[in-house]
Design a protein around this ligand. Structure first.
Ligand code: 2M8
Length: 457
């Protein structure tokens, strides 16, 4: 009964966050993460939303993904934000990116991307569609998805080593993760133009940047916007950006999704009889699995991101939940598996009442309410669940933990409603602007609603 009620509320939340616009004489339907704050379309949020939506209303899932690929650049980039016209509340506003020359007519985007959940969503939506319903959708979206993969391979893995480079913390999806602390020491705040800092200062308000005590700090934002200004100055030329950015990381979360995304794309292509084209993506998936396994650090018992900015090659040791994403990629070796599960199942680290916190509870950097530096996030739980289930056939422990994580995630969401993130110790919701939550109905967040639907299925 409770479950059915929650599904209705989830449906309501996803309708509440729907934006309908007409651009280039076409109608687009985009589900924004939260109508009260994130008023545009975000890349990996929308991918997750589509996977939930397909169970309620397949047409809306197709619309979501169609809208997501609509702003694709000629070089193949699918941006992290596709802007809704007329909305200026969220910072940075559309004009701050200086991406004019890459826009498709009236569709305005940012210039960076996000973890590549897209093809996983396309494959999922296709598989869960009623018979024969998804054909047109696939014809429309598949070329864009393949072009996006080619973009990622070409510009983000120029050395052809299997791991992808992100050039901005926002590309990781885990904006202010402690994973980036050591790289920040190489970004001199004095190098951030004065005008950029003043712009951040002028926008540091709760409605544009969110409650200060929960969100990334002012200095984080100087760095975020300093990088945006630098990339615009480099004309959004990704050959230059990847070599010159002071922030360039081989990200294990991003790369794990990349491996899984290539498998998913290969799967979709195989299903529609395009086996020859699938082979390339299988190969990329395998190459990334091997590369991820090699990032394992025996001393610290974890997979590591690698800082590759400006010729560096420094492994990053931080106990964040990104270290469990290689499960999703199928990159974990027989020898590594028990070690990964030992770490994940430790209540002092990653398995408190409401796992999986974004950083280990016993890390000195753990902060209960600060965004990607403590709270539990439904999106990373979903990916870790998929990862654990991938190892279920060979590990009873992985299966049991996967099932338990489904239950605890559903319970956490059901108890609170659809918030952006949650307290891992009590499972309470920690919305971006807690004190305003009731007043503005800020709790109506799309991700948790869609993920609730997907997990409840
Ligand atoms: C958060 O990121 C945006 C910037 O992209 C922000 O902090 O303003 C992250 O949690 C990201 O993963 C998510 O996609 C986005 C929208 O929910 O919000």
């Amino acid at each position: 009964q409770k479950l059915l009620e929650m599904l209705k509320v989830a449906d309501h939340a996803l309708k509440h966050n729907l934006y309908v616009t007409t651009l280039n004489e076409k109608t687009y339907k985009r589900t924004v993460p939260s109508k009260e704050f994130y008023v545009h379309q975000w890349n990996w949020d929308s991918a997750a939303v589509a996977m939930g939506l397909v169970h309620l209303n397949p047409e809306r899932a197709y619309d979501e993904l169609r809208a997501l690929v609509s702003g694709q650049w000629n070089n193949g980039l699918i941006a992290h934000i596709t802007y809704n016209p007329g909305e200026t509340r969220y910072y940075p506003q559309a004009g701050k990116w200086h991406t004019e020359q890459f826009r498709r007519g009236e569709i305005v985007t940012s210039g960076i991307t996000q973890p590549p959940l897209l093809s996983i969503a396309v494959d999922y939506v296709y598989k869960h569609s009623p018979d024969g319903a998804a054909g047109d959708f696939l014809d429309e979206v598949l070329p864009a998805v393949m072009k996006y993969h080619d973009y990622l391979k070409r510009y983000r893995d120029p050395e052809d080593g299997g791991l992808l480079t992100i050039v901005h913390p926002w590309e990781s999806g885990t904006d202010n993760s402690p994973r980036w602390d050591s790289s920040y020491t190489h970004i001199n705040l004095n190098d951030v133009p004065q005008a950029v800092r003043e712009d951040v200062d002028a926008n540091r308000t709760d409605d544009k940047l969110g409650k200060a005590s929960h969100r990334p700090t002012q200095e984080d934002y100087y760095r975020f916007m300093g990088l945006v200004a630098l990339f615009a100055k480099l004309g959004w030329d990704y050959e230059k950006i990847v070599t010159q950015s002071p922030f360039a990381i081989k990200d294990i979360l991003f790369s794990s999704l990349w491996a899984r995304a290539n498998e998913a794309l290969a799967d979709t292509l195989t299903r529609v009889g395009r086996t020859d084209e699938a082979a390339k993506y299988h190969k990329w998936a395998q190459q990334t699995q091997e590369a991820l396994a090699h990032t394992w650090d025996e001393e610290h018992q974890q997979y590591c991101d690698i800082d590759v900015a400006q010729g560096r090659r420094e492994p990053i040791i931080e106990p964040t939940n990104a270290m469990f994403l290689p499960l999703l990629a199928g990159a974990v070796t027989d020898e590594q598996l028990p070690k990964v599960l030992t770490r994940l199942s430790d209540p002092e680290q990653f398995w408190p009442a409401y796992p999986v916190p974004s950083i280990a509870l016993n890390s000195p950097k753990f902060e209960l309410t600060r965004y990607w530096r403590g709270p539990t996030w439904p999106i990373t739980n979903l990916l870790i669940i998929e990862g654990l289930m991938r190892y279920a056939p060979q590990s009873a422990q992985a299966r049991q933990m996967g099932e338990e994580l489904v239950d605890r995630t559903l319970d956490m969401i059901a108890k609170n409603g659809f918030y952006e993130y949650y307290d891992p110790t009590k499972g309470e919701a920690r919305p971006g602007r807690e004190d305003n939550a009731r007043q503005f109905g800020f709790a109506t967040f799309s991700w948790p609603a869609a993920i609730f639907i997907q997990l409840a299925e």
